[in-house]
Write a protein that binds this ligand. Structure first.
Ligand SMILES: [Zn+2]
Length: 548
């Protein structure tokens, strides 16, 4: 047994023991075990049930896992945690089957919305209706009275406002269209309530900023949701500083049950640097010290920046982000942020955007030397084959979201063409090149449930059922590799591999017990597995497996 000697009475008693389990540790020193002991928030011993029983004292809480699988808690390397939490309380219109159902759900949401707040979110999809027509404010005005609503289509490119929202925004029939946007109008020129693309800003600017109370509620909801899914750590990309304040307040009250690495936008890198914050600065529950930037857009909106045009739109190679105009400005900021000791986490999806960010990382390494900076490319979706070696040589981490591959994989090849699709979501190629993978979801863009991610990584079976043996099966990875990317890999991406990511004595006691042993299942059934118990810092925060 690791970490203790034969004299059982000379050591303190465990506060918690999990026994009779199948423990998959993600620790090569001892890959499997039956039991583990925890003192307060740390794992102190991992071994056989008999060995661990020596740690038992009169006050020790015992969990009999009854042969179930125990894993390190999942660490989601890319989320938007507060917006995710806020969305849990928003109306869901996505599966509303017809306009009547759409109006009914909005009415129900409006009736429970406190005065002064807006009904937002929605993610409606009129193509699912018997007659696929855009909704109008006439559908919802009778059931919402003075509660403003602005509910978006699932793609975020258009949204429906009611009369109350338009009144608050000062939009009338006389309001002119804006460049890059459309106000949809009826026969007499009056707005129907639908605002497209840039025109959405006409309404958005009237939405009050999230109140402190609402932000706290969203943060609490997100923490609760993460706990129920076995996600014990998250890396929050582009938080507002008010989000960090909300976490801080929860932590102070002992209510922050998800460990958070907050990664604010790179354009404001000085905010962290000026007070001397460097990478992964903070407590075990809340840390700062990284910056997140954007190099390009997304494949879905054809704004991923590519070397060659999209297969289904020959005049378009995508778009660089505002931050990359000019590229030299991005390079200068990232150079300074690196000099200040901040970690760089850059969103790049198209092959050319990825390549340009690698160029910048290479320049930084030439200038400042390699000092274990842990440069990270977020998404790293569509790779140029030539760039894998560089990715590895520069020690860049690939922070990826396996669920996107089975979701977007339904249509991605049409957009990319077969040859370019080959190195899309290329987990296996990354591992072959010795690149560290950190897995996550981009929640709320994809569901937060890590079992869906593991399922996607091992099957690559697209959601439309058209690729049961995997879309680009060469890039499937093993379940062990996927679990490691979702635990130790993500911990590495936030400089915490010595604190968490495996079940190892001395590390934080962040653990999950699953309903089934995913290593024994057919890969396609992994997505049905549930997290029964979640433990963070030695405390059960979800589930009721406590036997005494
Ligand atoms: Zn994101």
């Amino acid at each position: 047994m690791t970490g203790i000697n034969a004299s059982a009475h000379s050591k303190p008693f465990a506060t918690l023991i999990i026994t009779n389990a199948v423990i998959y540790t993600v620790d090569n020193e001892r890959p499997k075990a039956e039991a583990l002991a925890v003192i307060r928030d740390r794992i102190v011993a991992v071994g056989s049930s008999t060995e661990i029983d020596l740690w038992r004292g009169p006050e020790t809480k015992m969990i009999d896992a009854r042969g179930k699988l125990v894993l390190p808690g999942f660490n989601d390397a890319h989320v938007h945690f507060v917006s995710g939490g806020a969305q849990l309380d928003q109306v869901n219109l996505n599966d509303a089957a017809n306009p009547q159902e759409f109006a009914k759900r909005i009415a129900a949401q409006a009736s429970k919305t406190p005065k002064g707040e807006w009904v937002l979110g929605g993610r409606w999809d009129e193509t699912k209706w018997p007659k696929p027509q855009l909704p109008t404010k006439g559908l919802v005005d009778p059931v919402t009275s003075d509660t403003p609503i602005f509910v978006e289509r699932y793609d975020g490119h258009q949204a429906l406002a009611n009369a109350a929202a338009m009144k608050l925004a000062g939009v009338t029939g006389k309001t002119a269209d804006v460049p890059g946007g459309v106000i949809v109008r009826d026969g007499s020129g009056n707005p129907t309530g639908i605002f497209k693309d840039a025109a959405q800003e006409l309404i958005n600017k009237a939405i009050p900023p999230m109140s402190h109370e609402r932000r706290m509620r969203a943060a609490r909801r997100a923490v609760e949701h993460a706990g129920s899914l076995g996600v014990t750590s998250v890396q929050h990309m582009n938080p507002e500083f008010a989000d960090v304040a909300a976490y801080s307040e929860l932590a102070e009250k002992g209510k922050l049950a998800t460990r958070i690495y907050a990664v604010p936008i790179e354009t404001s890198w000085q905010d962290q640097a000026k007070i001397g914050i460097r990478h992964s600065w903070g407590s075990t529950y809340l840390r700062l010290g990284a910056v997140k930037g954007y190099a390009d857009g997304s494949l879905g909106s054809r704004t991923a920046y590519m070397f060659e045009p999209f297969a289904d739109e020959p005049a378009n190679r995508g778009l660089l982000s505002d931050e990359m105009h000019p590229e030299s400005a991005m390079r200068a900021r990232l150079m300074q942020a690196d000099a200040a000791g901040l970690q760089l986490r850059i969103h790049a999806i198209g092959d050319r955007a990825i390549s340009m960010i690698l160029d910048i990382f290479s320049d930084i390494e030439t200038e400042h030397g390699y000092h274990d900076q842990r440069f990270t490319i977020e998404h790293a979706q569509h790779m140029a084959e030539k760039d894998f070696a560089r990715f590895s040589k520069l020690h860049v981490i690939a922070s990826m979201q396996p669920y996107h591959a089975v979701d977007d994989g339904r249509w991605a090849e049409k957009r990319l063409g077969h040859r370019r699709a080959r190195f899309s979501y290329a987990w296996h190629s990354f591992l072959d090149h010795g690149v560290t993978l950190a897995f996550g979801t981009d929640w709320p863009v994809a569901p937060l449930n890590p079992l869906l991610g593991l399922y996607a990584a091992v099957t690559r079976a697209t959601l439309d059922g058209k690729n049961p043996d995997g879309w680009i099966p060469e890039e499937k990875i093993t379940l062990s590799e996927a679990v490691e990317a979702y635990t130790l890999g993500s911990a590495f991406a936030e400089f915490q591999e010595h604190e968490k990511g495996s079940i190892t004595p001395g590390k934080l006691a962040d653990l999950v017990i699953l309903s089934d042993n995913i290593f024994d299942l057919k890969p396609e059934t992994i997505r049905n597995v549930k997290v029964e118990t979640t433990i963070v810092g030695g405390k059960v925060i979800h589930g009721e497996t406590l036997n005494r």
